[in-house]
Every structure is written in C-alpha cells, then in structure tokens.
Design a binder for this molecule. Sequence first.
Ligand code: MLT
Length: 404
Amino acid sequence: MFKINENYLKLPGSYLFSTIGKKVAAFTEANPDKPIIRLGIGDVTQPLAPAIIQALHSAVDEMGRAETFHGYAPDLGYSFLRETIAREDYEAKGCQIGADEIFVSDGAKSDSANIQEIFSNDCKIAVCDPVYPVYVDSNVMAGRTGTYDPKTEMWSDVIYMPCTKDNDFVPELPKETPDLIYLCYPNNPTGSALTKEQLQVWVDYANKNGSVIIYDAAYEAYISQENVPHSIYECPGARTCAIELRSFSKNAGFTGTRLGFTVIPKELMCGEVSLHSLWARRHGTKYNGAPYIIQKAGEAVYSAEGKAQLKEQVAYYMKNASVIYQGLKDAGYDVSGGINAPYIWMQTPKGMGSWEFFDYLLEKANVVGTPGAGFGPSGEGCFRLTAFGTYENTVAAMERIKQL
Ligand code: MLT
C-alpha cells in the first residue's frame, strides 16, 4: 500500500491567496451588483511593455521557421539572457556575479519554494514574521518545521523574527543560530526596506555563524532611496553566504508570462561541496528551461526601450502606492511601506483582527486586501494593500475607504 507525504497534512488551511480568492468569489456570487476592487494579491495590471511584446512576436516567428526553431532550452538558461543579467543587474551595480552563477527559471515563487531541497532536513530555518507564506509552507512540506501550534500559529522548529512597528520592521538577530535565513527586501508584505548597513549586519552574521541567507529581491525595481541595496551582493562577504532570488513579475509584468532567476556564487560552499553545483544538478534533473520566447522577452527588459518603458511602469505603480499611503493616512490610519516597495502596510482600526478587517472592507467598501495574519502571527492586527491595481481603481478604492 502506498503512503503519502504526511507533511502535507500538517499544513493548516489552504494557500493564503487561494483562501482569499474563494472568499472573494463567494462574495461576488452573492453580490453580483457590487463591483469589487482588488488590491489583495500582488498581481500586476499593466500590459507588457511594447519592447517586450515586440521581442515576443519576433521570437514566436523564429519558432515557426526551421532555421531558427529552438527545442529544449539550456537547462540553466540561454547565455544571451544570463550574460545580460550579469552585466545589467550586477556588473552595473558594482557586484561581482558571473553569467555562469545565474540560473534562469520560471519565477521566484518556485525557486523560493524549491531552494530548500538542496539543504539537509535537519537545517533550522529562520523567517521574518510576517513573511511570504511560500518560504514556511515549502519547508513544512519537506518536514523541516516540527509541529504546528494552532494557538500561537507557529511551528516548533522555525525561528520567527518579528518585524513590527515596534522595531521599524527590521528583524533582530535571532538568539538561536539558524542554518537558513530567509530575507525578502524590499519586503513583502510590510513594504519596508533595509539599508545597506542593516543588510551588511546579516551578511556578517551569516558568515560568522555558517548560515546561508536566501535573499528574495523580487521587488528591487521599486527602490527609490539611495542607501537601499538592490542586491545582497552589494554587501562585501555575500558571495560566501547568500543566494539571491529575482523575478521578472513585478519589475516587468511577467506574473502571467513566468520568468525569474536564482544566483548562487561559486564560493558558497558547505565544506568541499559547492551549493552552485547542487542547484545545477537539481535544475538539470527537474527543469527543462524557461521557454525560448520568454527568455527573449526577458532580454528585452534590459534594452534601452525596455528600460525606459519599465521605468514608467514602475512609476505608475508607485504613484498608486502614494495614493494609497496618503489616502489611508487622510482616513486616519496608521500606515507604513510604499516608498521602496509596492506594498502598503496598515494597522487595523479599533483593535480589529486582520481577517475581521478583511471582511469589513470587502462588505462595506467592496475592496479586497490581504489580512496581515495570513503572513504570520505578528501580522495580526495589520493589513496589506497592493499598488499593482489600475490608477483609477486605486483612487476609487481610497474614496470608498475614506467614506467608511
Ligand atoms: C503576493 O501578493 O504576496 C505576491 O503576489 C505573491 C507572489 O508573488 O507569488
């Protein structure tokens, strides 16, 4: 008789954004006359930029001709894209990352879930709290998190690093030394950022303690302040302790097109074994490469036209961020984020629970957001709104919220 991976049974409820999707679908069915504004999941709304569409069209045409047809992509990515990324995202920012240290993938969500596979099952993970749920759930599935306490909403073998208003959303170094430290900056969900000096503290800590930092930089395109690093490799020492995850979803609108990459420097070693070679082995075995046409679209993100068009797109979303930030402030809420990230984080009013506020906002304003508690226990009493809606919807949502 076969057996299942019982770790899956330990997962409480369904994936956060599936739960929200179901609640919203039920509300819409019961209230077809009430138009909903969705500022919940961080999904983009602006169309792909013209430079990207042009690259897609010509890559599709290439696929239709025998002389330019492409079959399986190289499992680690086409060199035209890896070299472009190394030059534009790293060399241009003074970081030493070679094209052969870049692994092209179908996005940062899968990479952030899969990266734990190359580590031992008895590694202890540390996460910020609140946190993007994929980091914890993927470790639950692997059996690395111990038992779940429904009262505290915490796993016995996970080190939680609270990031709240009280510590300005900056995690403190944990008392117990973790093996793997997940950091996402600019942060999802709180919209906060770390300065280079603050990130350097983590790099030094990881090198001193033999920990690996899994650094999710999916939102780096939204950084507006000078002293906020775009990559962890801007910090000296990161090549021996950090893996970086990047996405094309948020900077270039690829949420439906799927493209991302992971960087593993060759100096990142566990004794004699390089993590780079383990991830290359895993990628080669389990992945057949992002499609040629999508990698060509990714290359266009770095063209002069692509860069100019995407700068405008990011500015569009950041204008929404300031509309939300100001709108909530005017309505009397306690707000943060939205300066280096497309997320605005607010404290729920009058001691309302975050799911309670979710229902209230849905019913009274027909606006969807994300309850802070869905990201971890320290998210209780908080709520996230995304700047990825259309400008018109964002303005309308704020008008509705102000009228509550
Ligand atoms: C979010 O809303 O937190 C993100 O869109 C989720 C994701 O990128 O997978």
